[in-house]
Structure formats: C-alpha cells, structure tokens
Design a protein around this ligand. Sequence first.
Ligand SMILES: NC(=O)c1ccc[n+]([C@@H]2O[C@H](COP(=O)([O-])OP(=O)(O)OC[C@H]3O[C@@H](n4cnc5c(N)ncnc54)[C@H](OP(=O)(O)O)[C@@H]3O)[C@@H](O)[C@H]2O)c1
Length: 329
Amino acid sequence: MRAFMMQTADAPPRLTETARPDPGPGEVRIRVAACGLNFADLLMIAGKYQDTPALPFTLGMEIAGTVEVCGPDVQAPAPGTRVAAFIGAGGLADHAVCDAARCTPLPATMTMIEGAGFQIAYGTSHLALAHRARLQPGETLLVLGAAGGVGLTAVEIGAQMGARVVAVARGAEKLEVARAAGAEVLIDSAAESDLRATFKALGGIDVVYDAVGEPAASAALRALRPEGRFLAIGFAGGEVPRFPANLLLVKNISVLGLYWGGYLRFAPQVLTDSLAELMRWHAEGRLHPHVSHVLPLVRVAEGLDLLKARKATGKVVITMEDPEDQPVR
Ligand SMILES: NC(=O)c1ccc[n+]([C@@H]2O[C@H](COP(=O)([O-])OP(=O)(O)OC[C@H]3O[C@@H](n4cnc5c(N)ncnc54)[C@H](OP(=O)(O)O)[C@@H]3O)[C@@H](O)[C@H]2O)c1
C-alpha cells in the first residue's frame, strides 16, 4: 500500500510503498477514505511534537474510512461500518490499524471528508470550552487563530453555547469564514497596530482561547475580566506565552492548559463522551465543518505547505482516491 512516511529525522517525508498492516487483538483495520491534516503534523516532521512516534513512521493523526477486518477478539465496529478514528499516526496511507475502542461510527449526515477532520478540532474546542473553561451563555469568548483548524471550531462551539464570540484572524477572507461560523466581533490581526488597546476596548473578556501564542496572548490576558479564564491550546505563531503570576493573582485569573490527546491516557471516557455529544450535534444540523482544501494523497506535501503558509481555513483533508477520478463522500 501507499504511505506518507518519515524515514529519517533529517529527510522530508515522502510517499512510499509499504506492507499493509494486520490488526492484532483489540484492533481493526480500516480502509482509509480520508485523513485530516493538523498543525501537529508539521511539528512531528520537525521532531518537535510531544507524541512523535519512533522512526520510521507514517504521518496522519485522524482518519475516516470503512472497517475492513476485525482483530481476533473484536466484535465491534463490524466490517463495513463507516467510522472516524483518532490514531495519532499512520493515517496518510491506504489502510490503517487502530484500537477498536478509538473508532466512532460516523452519523449518516457526515461525509468521510468531514469525518476525517472532525475529531481533533471539534474535540479540542468542546473539551476546552465546556469541560475546562465552563463557558456560560452571555459570556464573551475571544478566539486567537479564529479561522484555523481548532480556532474555527471554537468560534462555532462558543456561539452554539450562547457566548458572544470575538474572532481574531489575519485578513478579511479569514474573518468572513469566522463570521459565518458565528463570530459577532471581527478583529483583523494584520491591520491592528495595538492589539492590547483593541482587546481592552471590548469591555471585558470572560474566556480567551489561544491557539497562536505571543504577542497576542499577553494582550488578550490583560483584557480578561476578574475570574476570566485563559485557555492555552497551541502556539502556532511559535512563541510560548509566559505570564507573571502576580498578574493572575491581582486579577483573579485562571490559566487552563488543554491537551486533547492527553485525555486518551488519563480520562478516555471524557473524550469519548465529548465526541458522542459532538456527533449528535452534527446529526442535529448544529455543526458545519469547514474544509478549505481537499487534495489527493499524491499532493499531501502541498496540503502541509498550505498550513505552513497560513493559507488554509478550517481543515485541509487528504483523500486516498483522487477526488477528480472518484468523488469521496
Ligand atoms: N491542545 C490541543 O489539544 C491541540 C489540538 C489541536 C491543535 N493544537 C495546536 O493548536 C495550534 C493550531 O493548530 P491547527 O491545527 O488549528 O493549525 P492551523 O489550522 O494551521 O491554524 C493555525 C492558525 O494560527 C495562526 N498562525 C499564527 N502564526 C502562525 C504561524 N507562524 N504559522 C502558522 N499559523 C499561524 C493562523 O491564523 P492567522 O493567519 O489568521 O494568524 C492559522 O489559521 C497548533 O499549535 C496546534 O499544535 C492543540
């Protein structure tokens, strides 16, 4: 089968022929239809991601596809079931093996392309806003990186939870995507010379969702209301925020870390329950995943370049078939 593999730390990943994997006990093999790209793929290629597998490995953290074969003791999901699965690595390939427990059946309303980019982005924002920050209706939520993979889902889920959402992103096109997802206030980070003053002028923020890092992070922290919550989600801009504890004390502010994948290890049920709720919301027509680019596996490097160059909005999804030859649904 084909797989997009990292062979050594100093060579870029490339499409390679490799053996099709067989499922062991507790596992299933999935015929992959589509794989969502993530900023973390770029970090893995650079050897900077906290959960990078040992070399050689196949990239691709999350997939949608059809169960082909069950391992020895596995009853469900049965062969033929359409599923989404978080697999950490190995998804940019024609076939992938994963824990049966990590498969979530796709609602009939969800396409394979939507399913492939759904779990990490929606899962992260749902756990961050509902489970960690306990966002309340009527509160003001400010999202940094609001048109990116995780940021856009924070806008949509925040609006669904009844918050007034402020979206911060670069350029009118990205802000329009955030507006369509439910943002009420739009701030163009490329056009602002004083983000700190702009955030303060909002009249008080209850929750900051930060997928970007400095310098916007510190400006946002300083605009929080007393008892405000700052969610540290990611550092796509490259600079990790450092906050003085005296500021947190004086303003009664909480800084909350959120690593979605971490829940798999210490509280998998929290993650499973969250995904089940999100799949229900999708089936009810409440969520509208935004995928800016769909590319075939042979063009995966282009997809990663789109993320690196900040040209994508929402998700970039790779399909195993060429969508021009055979549309993937
Ligand atoms: N904590 C978790 O569990 C979790 C889960 C998923 C992702 N993350 C992290 O969240 C961050 C965003 O991930 P994502 O998958 O949403 O990425 P993405 O789709 O590439 O979006 C990142 C956004 O960050 C902004 N950005 C600012 N500086 C950037 C730079 N130098 N390079 C690229 N983008 C930059 C871009 O928006 P503008 O151009 O509008 O500024 C872009 O839309 C990453 O750090 C990722 O590791 C964390």
